[in-house]
Design a binder for this molecule. Structure first.
Ligand code: FES
Length: 99
């Protein structure tokens, strides 16, 4: 099974939220049954997923704005001020990602 197929098989719960990509002036919608990682990969954002369970930090992505709901087990409090793991984490508000 390809890594993309594994990503697509995940069905997390939670509310939908948006991710704004500053470099392309594009807003992505993460539906309740999707992960942010799925949506970012589908949009062509260069992320190399690892565990897909929030434990490895391979997918850690920098954000500049957003009220995150961190669900990983690998980032510390300082990391979480600027990084999130899109394989598991969600947001209460729109997330802004800058290159
Ligand atoms: S892929 Fe391992 S923390 Fe996201």
């Amino acid at each position: 099974m390809s890594s993309k197929a594994v990503v697509m098989s995940q069905a997390p719960d939670g509310a939908s939220f948006e991710i704004y990509l500053t470099w392309s002036d594009c807003t992505l919608k993460v539906e309740a049954n999707q992960t942010a990682l799925q949506v970012l990969l589908e949009a062509g954002v260069a992320i190399s997923p690892g565990c897909l369970t929030g434990g490895c930090g391979e997918c850690a992505t920098a954000y500049v704005e957003g009220d995150m709901i961190h669900k990983d087990t690998c980032l510390n409090a300082a990391d979480r001020q600027r990084l999130f793991c899109p394989c598991v984490s969600r947001a209460r508000t729109r997330i802004v990602i800058a290159e």
